[in-house]
Design a protein around this ligand. Sequence first.
Ligand code: NAI
Ligand code: MG
Length: 493
Amino acid sequence: MKTSKDTDFPTVIPNWINGREQASLSGRTFSKMAPAAGDLLCEVSRSDREDINLAVEAARDSQPAWGGMGALRRGMILFKIARAMEDHTEQLAGIVAEETGRSPKEAVGEVGAAIQCAMFYASEGQRFYGRTTTSGMEHRSAMTLRQPIGVAGLIIAANTPIANLAWKVFPALVCGNSVVLKAAEDTPCSAWYFGRFAKEAGIPDGVLNIVQGFGPEAGQPLVEHPNVGVVSFTGSTEVGRTIAGITAARLAKVSLELGGKNALVVADDCNLDAAVKWTLLSAFSNAGQRCAAASRIIVMRGVYGLFKTRLLEAVGKLKVGIREDCDFGAVINERQLNKMIEGIRNAVDAGASLLAGGGRITGDERASGFYMQPTVLEGVTADSDYCRNELFGPITALFEVSGFEEAIDLVNDSPYGLTACLHSGSLNRCQEFIRRTEVGVVSINAGTHGSEPHMPFGGRKQSGNGTREPSTEALDIYSNLKDVYTLHDPGMV
Ligand code: NAI
Ligand code: MG
């Protein structure tokens, strides 16, 4: 790999199993391309069920000692991992930038968010609260304890690889579970590199296993494995539904953070400059590869024309590339890029008009990379494919509505319910928006994105199964609660 000199990358990214770097048992590999350059970045171990079996076995064997260690001591080890991430921010960000095709500056931001999440869960080891409460019976006490579930099977998407990893690995570990993480096939490198920090920080062998490979080959066997007690997944709604079916059949606990088709509403009483600025960030940051990206911009009639003009002007000035001053970089792979272009073409065939972008960036050195033009559509309908399916790229659409009621109806007329945002100067509108939107996250006068690690993120409808990660709520996903009743007899003291 071409990144940071002092990380000396292996020629084939291996798995971490039982504290050791191991090639897939079959010896097979797959090629990982660099999205910004469009050339080969590295080869990666192509794992399958046999590798998963090994990893789960290692996880299972190591879990009792890890779970018995106590949350506070586990938290101390997690602090060491967090500090190692901090000390190696530049290298880690360099790896994230290279494997995602993003600017190093953007990647530094993501690493910072991952460290914040790590710190939060490390310190949860010092709290790790249960509940003490009253009892209906005299001289009886009642309380709850948190206990580990066992082996946690974690599967993540590639869009923000190290943040996605931190959101799951740290809460799972602080709760005393051992972990088998299936890294996203598009972002194998940061997960492998993270394995090093964990090893150096003193995570016992087998407690954190990181397996590389494709979803159906390596991810699904992890979900199916009878010794995996809890599955946590971040990815598409389609795969989430498959995983839910498998975990339902074997009655395993599952947390699903899935897709979104998020709406940002521009009311006729808002600060238009702010609305334009936040629309750009919500729709295009990270090349729109965010579950919380705003792909539906709903604008009230009174300001529609003006907002559209200003937005298109600003979109025309966006810089795409990996330089410091760029607004967003490449998309994750060529297949996704083509899927985006196809989605736009379908929307246009169905009657939408293209106001900006629509295709791949060619004509300069970016032609070899996977770069997508910032794209704005107009005239798509609520029941169109565009509104029912995620494109997961720098693509958004404008909708004109007659007023507040129609805006709310359109926000909620969606199979998804992840995030929504309103730009308005009216307290009454803001409060009604907060109350009536069928989503898990609402923002006012800001962007659809920007979730913080101490807040419980998640969505409604097809955006998930109702669980919330991260924050303290995630501790409930990764713990078994045990009720404890103690009866004593004052007459016997
Ligand atoms: P994807 O669902 O195709 O892949 C995600 C992960 O699942 C990958 O690691 C993949 O290898 C694995 N996988 C695929 N098939 C599997 C199977 N049958 N069994 C087990 N694992 C399998 O998602 P994609 O397209 O790579 O990522 C984008 C999606 O992720 C979008 O829908 C986006 O909204 C969602 N996402 C959701 C977030 C949230 O917190 N709600 C955050 C980030 C992304
Ligand atoms: Mg996919």
